[in-house]
Design a protein around this ligand. Structure first.
Ligand code: SF4
Ligand code: SF4
Length: 196
């Protein structure tokens, strides 16, 4: 598979919104707290996924920005020659792993808004089976995460404006565990006992 991602910049100046499955995987792999790498960012434009209600606002869960590299992702690490790369490559969010591909009419294609120039990718040699499987799993996780967010948003304290980021983090960690233990149970049923 051709990978032209050398000296490139797609981990800079980009909003990386993640779901519960990606967040929990990173937290556990790195043994850090959610707040160290996730930041709830106010939703500013319409998106297809429900926003997370915290207080009286609507938020996305985004990766934090680097303190060292202006506009860069918090997980960037650097080399002496100034180059940077992902420091969590094995556990990176699926949204990063599948970039710059997406599924269109069930076919793996390069995104129209991809920052890479198409000619840099050997699309004929692309491992479409790998991307297809990973993209399908990614979309399935987002569907389940949407259900979790809807359950959270519908819970009484959250509707009353008392939802907090820490409360949401505790909820999604428990919900991801419940989903792993009961993969066939609908998300709403998984979430109900977790939200009282
Ligand atoms: S913009 Fe494209 S070529 Fe550049 S690092 Fe990102 S995926 Fe790779
Ligand atoms: S997690 Fe890694 S691949 Fe994804 S934006 Fe951050 S540095 Fe880039």
């Amino acid at each position: 598979m051709s990978m032209p991602c050398v000296n490139c910049q797609c981990c800079f100046n980009i909003k990386v919104t993640i779901n519960a499955f990606e967040a929990v995987r990173l937290k556990r792999a790195l043994r850090i707290e959610f707040a160290q790498f996730v930041k709830p960012i106010k939703r500013r434009r319409k998106r297809s996924h429900p926003a997370v209600r915290l207080g009286t606002g609507s938020y996305d869960l985004d990766l934090r920005k680097s303190r060292r590299y202006k506009g860069g992702c918090t997980f960037l690490i650097g080399f002496a020659d100034g180059r940077t790369r992902c420091g969590v490559y094995a556990d990176r969010p699926d949204v990063c792993a599948v970039y710059p591909m997406h599924l269109r009419h069930n076919a793996v294609q390069m995104r129209e808004d991809a920052r890479c120039k198409s000619r840099e990718w050997d699309l004929a040699g692309l491992d479409r089976a790998w991307f297809g499987e990973r993209l399908a799993a990614f979309h399935a996780d987002w569907d389940r995460f949407d259900g979790m967010v809807e359950a959270w948003n519908a819970s009484e304290p959250v509707r009353a404006g008392r939802g907090t980021a820490d409360g949401f983090y505790r909820f999604i960690e428990a919900a991801v565990d419940a989903a792993a233990a009961h993969p066939d149970l609908p998300v709403a049923e998984l979430c109900a006992p977790l939200l009282g």
